[in-house]
Write a protein that binds this ligand. Structure first.
Ligand code: 6LW
Length: 537
């Protein structure tokens, strides 16, 4: 059973543009949203993690519940050996005639794919490959005759080699049932000249078709630009050339707003008939250089039509009140949908052991998650690991780890992972407890003997906290957070290390993902119980 709570779920006062922000906290980038009647469905990128592409549901655009995943079976993506950065990359979710579609690029994997279903909670189809066309950030729209257009960004990331050259925003028509292109890709717009024109979405509104894109790169220069035309295939004219507003219509670049990197958005009608843009953004902290520990999250802002052009408000920070609590006693029939794994499914690397009362000693064994190590560490391409996203800047995570004391015992622990080369962890086994920081091939370890007093009912408590930096020091205050690695509970808790958090951030790590708090095993059978995450803003 899991227990997910937000101690105060009252949405902020319904004054214009006081949306809760982040809308969905933690590593949930590239959001795409569709309105179907009074229901909203939202999808995100998941890259090398599985299950892939979470689907969230809402009726008010404010409260969101995860209802499933598009990718939940082997074969839907070619994930097993996908390079870091590859995998489920920028989905678009749309609906027509009772069918939901997600178009997405499995970057460095299968390629451009069409998934469909009649129930967005799943199951989704196996994914139909669009052969011969290479690019990212696929959008889906239909013209008045029902012809389907895929508009996409011409960056070819098929091979895993660094892409050279960007072909701008391209478009072709497609048979959605077979994935067969009905026309050759043609260039439709390349933005205003900023780098990486990407994330196109096409909307029909009033007498025009609007092509909304992101440009400036997913870093601090990110923004949203819009052009319009009479037909879905253009030609598209931008505002400045037609007496409308200048592009980008939304960007936080060169401002001191707490939410930066805003771009890659999708437009949606609000329940009251207004408009909003849901987009990715980051929350960097530090100073002139700043670091975004949580990666790229989902944010929202109000938008409106003004004289035939789209305008958007700045994206304001407005975190949900109270503590975020995610606790798992591992007594459910399957792992909760929040748990993810790297290049394999959680069910491929873990099992659940039911709680039991042992007849002999009358002892009660709690529900446990069992991981059996394969020798690989957190550096491995396919680590034995399951994790949940860190959702708040300040957090406290603890878990009880069993099967790690005594001869023949296992080795495993609790970590925070950005990718193979960027992770901090605390692990227990072989008679010692080790805290470790790994950053781009550089590693440091702090090891102490395992104190028998730390073994309670056969298990050791490990802790990982993210706390504010020491603001009194010019040097130590310039980071995102400090990661504290500890062993033991209550008065017996011992801190092994305090590590600068900036090296596990979007600005420094390789992956496009975010921080994942993970349970892992290196060798032997390691059991985990009483997982608890508490987060604060
Ligand atoms: C995505 C692109 C982007 O394809 O980053 O910020 C890429 N936007 O649109 C990966 O998420």
């Amino acid at each position: 059973m899991t227990d997910t709570t937000q101690t105060d779920t009252t949405p902020p006062a319904p004054v214009e543009n006081t949306w809760p922000n982040p809308l969905i906290a933690g590593f949930y980038p590239d959001p795409s949203v569709v309105k179907v009647g009074t229901d909203y469905y939202l999808a995100n990128s998941t890259f090398e993690y599985l299950p892939g592409i979470p689907i969230f549901h809402s009726t008010d655009l404010v409260s969101w519940t995860q209802i499933g995943h598009v990718v939940e079976r082997p074969g839907q993506l070619a994930s097993a050996h996908v390079p870091t950065l590859g995998g489920a990359w920028a989905p678009t979710i749309r609906h027509r005639d009772g069918i939901f579609y997600v178009v997405v690029t499995d970057a460095m994997g299968r390629g451009m794919l069409i998934f469909s279903t009649t129930d967005p909670a799943g199951p989704w189809s196996d994914g139909t490959l669009i052969e011969g066309i290479h690019g990212i950030d696929t959008d889906l729209a239909w013209d008045e005759d029902g012809l389907a257009y895929i508009t996409y960004s011409g960056l070819d990331v098929t091979s895993g080699e660094l892409p050279t050259g960007h072909k701008g925003i391209l478009q072709f028509t497609v048979d959605l049932a077979t994935g067969v292109p009905l026309s050759q890709p043609v260039s439709v717009w390349s933005g205003t000249g900023l780098k990486f024109p990407e994330a196109p979405h096409l909307y029909q509104h009033g007498g025009y078709w609007y092509l909304m894109i992101a440009e400036g790169g997913t870093e601090r220069g990110h923004g949203i630009s819009v052009a319009r035309g009479a037909r879905p295939y253009g030609p598209f004219t931008e505002g400045a050339a037609a007496g409308g507003p200048a592009n980008p219509i939304l960007s936080a670049r060169s401002t001191d707003r707490p939410i930066q990197n805003t771009g890659h958005g999708d437009l949606v009608e609000t329940p009251d008939g207004g408009w909003a843009i849901v987009m990715l953004g980051m929350r960097p902290t530090g100073m002139t250089q700043a670091f975004s520990a949580l990666g790229r999250e989902t944010f929202i802002t109000s938008a409106r039509w003004e004289d035939g052009w789209l305008a958007a408000d700045p994206v304001l920070l407005n975190p949900r009140a109270g503590e975020t609590v995610f606790a798992d006693d591992f007594t459910g029939p399957a792992l909760a949908p929040e748990w993810i794994a790297v290049r394999r499914y959680p069910a491929e690397v873990s099992t659940l052991a039911v709680a039991s009362a042992e007849a002999a000693g009358g002892r009660t064994t709690p529900g446990r998650l069992v991981l059996v190590g394969e020798g690989g560490t957190l550096d491995a391409e396919q680590p034995i690991l399951v994790g949940v996203r860190q959702r708040n800047p300040w957090s406290s995570t603890s878990v009880r780890v069993g099967g790690v004391a005594g001869s023949g015992a296992g080795l495993g622990g609790l970590g925070v992972r950005y990718d193979e080369e960027h992770h901090y962890e605390i692990e227990v086994g072989n008679g010692v407890v080790t805290a470790r920081a790994c950053v781009a091939g550089i590693r440091q370890e702090w090891t102490v003997p395992l104190d028998p007093a730390q073994i309670v009912d056969g298990a050791v408590t490990l802790g990982l906290d993210t706390v504010p930096p020491d603001a009194s020091s010019m040097i130590s205050g310039l980071t995102s957070d400090i990661v504290v690695l500890s062993v033991g509970a209550g008065d017996d808790r011992v801190e092994l290390a305090r590590v600068d958090g900036r090296y596990l951030s979007q600005e420094t790590a390789a992956s496009f993902t975010g921080r994942v708090l993970c349970l892992y095993a290196v060798t032997g059978k390691v059991t985990f119980s009483a997982f608890r995450y508490t987060g604060r803003e």
